[in-house]
Ligand binder design. Structure first.
Ligand SMILES: NC(=O)c1ccc[n+]([C@@H]2O[C@H](COP(=O)([O-])OP(=O)(O)OC[C@H]3O[C@@H](n4cnc5c(N)ncnc54)[C@H](O)[C@@H]3O)[C@@H](O)[C@H]2O)c1
Length: 448
């Protein structure tokens, strides 16, 4: 064992290590919280100066996390945040949580990962552990991230050796914003290094803050495991969406069917239908694997088929709205429609890739006048493909009754479903949110 390796191992296992987190978003900020709450010193980096100011002043820019974390961090001597990437030589371990979006042709966009790798490479010093946490295809950590980092390190004269002088690992995030059943601390964490020493050192680091760390034999295994988890979700959601479309036609409620099937104590796992996929992960990550597969001449039929079905779901919901209006003697053109929920899932204010945008755009293109109501999103913000500049409608009895149809796209707990049941002319429900009121609204309720 090299001296550097022994010293780094001892430092990271001791709890005296300083941790740097790059990218203080949905994943990076809770990770700061977990390390900080485990008693470590944390230095947060982000290119967005607004986030740094918010954190210094104790304001949370991620609603679902609440203000408590931001306030604790702002008052702590063990936390600082900065935009200054020249301070990247200060932490003993760095975890990278920058975005991994898709490009215009569904290809991986590793621009943020590569820029971060270069910034780290410019300041890399002996003993540092660098962990990539962004979701990506197998091979990225070694072939893209480490290479970009070491090209820059070499250009500034570094002769550090991997696994002896510095360490690199991949450790995927399993953050699920808004989930209350698990915390980042009690969610097991996979760790795979580019070499054995890196796996061991990264495992020691995460053990300081996470209850269960699961080391695997390589960075590639950890990268592929993360993609398997998300592709598994995408494929199963597509399956249940397909079943929903069939069962709707024969008048059987898919939600009751899933509930019934879930009474089997083994071999079945519940997935629920919806108006389409949203969020930063499930609609995007599978395409990282399909891109890699194409590069090596392999097909990814499950991924493509699931993508096709899930992408079609908003179209299906629009068809159901047309059907429901027709049953009420109305055409969609000139109808007033209220979409309930702009966030892609319940109780969060995250609108990334939300199918609600597709619903609004599609129904507006058919001549409907479409509004939305979302207690967590008072006004639409510009997202990747949409800039709607709409304000959320306050959900009062008179507002609800002024629409020809309401479409429940997101089942926020904050919605008053009783009020909706009482006042809506037609309810198109993509989330089974009206289950308790079915008898009262028979004839006005349409599953979609
Ligand atoms: N959001 C989730 O629920 C979730 C769950 C699991 C995994 N992931 C993965 O984690 C990664 C991060 O996702 P996220 O949702 O936290 O993204 P995010 O957009 O919320 O946060 C990313 C942050 O990185 C910052 N950033 C971008 N480039 C930077 C740079 N060069 N240096 C410093 N900061 C930079 C951005 O300003 C932003 O604050 C992605 O790969 C994503 O797929 C996300």
């Amino acid at each position: 064992m090299s001296e550097v390796l022994a010293a780094s191992h001892a430092l990271l296992a001791s709890g005296d290590a300083r941790i740097g987190i790059i990218g203080l978003g949905y994943v990076g900020l809770p990770l700061v919280g977990v390390f900080h709450d485990a008693g470590l010193q944390v230095l947060g980096f982000d290119v967005d100066p607004g986030k740094i100011v918010d954190l210094a002043e104790g304001r949370s820019y991620l609603r679902h996390l609440g203000d408590d974390l931001a306030q604790r961090l702002s008052q702590s001597e063990r936390f600082q945040a900065t935009t200054d990437l020249s301070r990247l030589d200060e932490p003993d371990a760095i975890v990278v949580c920058v975005p991994t979006p898709l490009g215009d042709h569904q290809e991986p966009n590793l621009e943020y990962v590569v820029n971060t790798a270069k910034a780290i490479g410019a300041k890399l010093r002996a003993g540092q552990l660098v962990v990539l946490g962004s979701t990506t295809y197998p091979g990225t950590t070694r072939d893209v991230f480490q290479e970009a980092m070491m090209d820059v390190a070499a250009s500034v004269g570094s002769q550090l050796k991997s696994g002896e002088d510095y360490f690199v690992a991949y450790s995927p995030e399993r953050e699920d914003p808004g989930r209350s059943s698990h915390t980042m601390r009690d969610t097991p964490k996979l760790v795979g290094g580019v070499d054995r020493a890196s796996t061991e050192i990264a495992t020691s680091l995460f053990k300081r803050a996470i209850d269960r760390v699961v080391p695997v034999s390589s960075a590639e295994v950890a990268e592929a495991a993360k993609l398997l988890e998300n592709i598994f979700r995408s494929v199963n959601i597509a399956l249940v969406n397909e079943m929903k479309m069939i069962l709707d036609k024969i008048g059987v409620n898919i939600w009751e069917v899933v509930e019934a099937a879930s009474s089997k104590p083994y071999g079945f796992m519940s997935f629920y239908p919806g108006p389409g996929l949203g969020g930063h992960c499930i609609p995007i990550d599978p395409f990282y694997l399909s891109w890699k597969a194409k590069e090596i001449g392999c097909a990814t039929r499950f991924i493509e088929l699931a993508g096709e079905i899930n992408t079609r779901m908003p179209e299906y919901v629009v068809d159901r709205v047309i059907y429901a209006l027709n049953a009420d003697g109305k055409a969609i053109r000139n109808s007033r429609i209220l979409i309930l929920g702009l966030a892609y899932k319940a109780d969060v204010d995250d609108t990334r890739e939300s199918p609600s945008f597709v619903l609004i755009e599609r129904m507006a293109s058919l001549g409907a006048r479409v509004d939305y109501s979302d207690p967590h999103i008072p006004r639409t913000k510009r997202v990747r493909k949409y800039d709607l500049t709409l304000d959320s409608v306050a959900l009062t009895a008179s507002a609800i009754s002024s629409y020809d149809a309401v479409v429940i796209a997101t089942a926020h707990r904050a919605f008053d479903y009783g009020l909706i049941a009482e006042n809506a002319a037609i309810i198109v429900d993509t989330r089974n949110a009206m289950g308790d009121f079915t008898d009262r609204i028979r004839g006005r309720l349409f599953q979609a």
